[in-house]
Design a protein around this ligand. Sequence first.
Ligand code: G3P
Ligand code: CA
Length: 253
Amino acid sequence: TDMFGDLRKPGDAAFVAGHRGDRSAAPENTLAALQRALDSPLEFVETDIARSSDGVPVLFHDRTLKRTTDGVGPLADKTLAELKALDAGSWYAPEFAGERIPTLDEFLTILAPSGKKALLELKGFWSLDELAAVTNSLEAFGVTDRVIFMSFNLGSLSSAAALAPTVPRVAILRSLPDDVVGYARSFGVIGVVTDATLLAERPELVDEMHHAGLGIMVYTLNSVATWAEARALGVDGIITDKPSSLDVWLADT
Ligand code: G3P
Ligand code: CA
């Protein structure tokens, strides 16, 4: 069975995804960071999708604006126009002053011609109506067959299953239930993504998942040693903050 639909076949080497773009080179989840990840040899880019108060999908990680913009308060309370007035780059380095919070459509405008694949994390709960804005954009840009939905939120995954049943879905797990295979099957996901330190406590889980036709990915690996360990375990995907360093390492091995 194909664990990731047409995106990946069993036995393929682990794919690598740039976490929030390339956040070691540019402010996370801005077009600058995403473009850098798309320009690298990486197969995937990972990003987080949130929603403005007027329902527009935007790329943003935190619930509140404080850490990565010059705004304050919950992102979900602001209209797109209010979000677009914020500086999402200066906190990172002066040369990125003026970077904005991107809309999903702005990201898809650069993803589509790149030919790359994307792990799209749905932050929080998305109802069917809310998620339609995301799936309509994926259709409009012709990238529906190059994305995987991920979420900590099982409600969002079930909205995705209903609206875009052909798009693979992955559950993000903060802790590992005893029966991860049963859990994944009951939610209709193709696999799970979890913290590498949790998997290190249960390395046999990789084989269990594979025998069940399911995949397992890990985050966030930022050193040669941890990458090597994950690859030796046989994980299907690795999420890293340092896509550029990984390329150098893979070229050496
Ligand atoms: O890949 C999973 C990871 O992205 C989830 O954690 O907080 O970086 O979105 P976070
Ligand atoms: Ca994420």
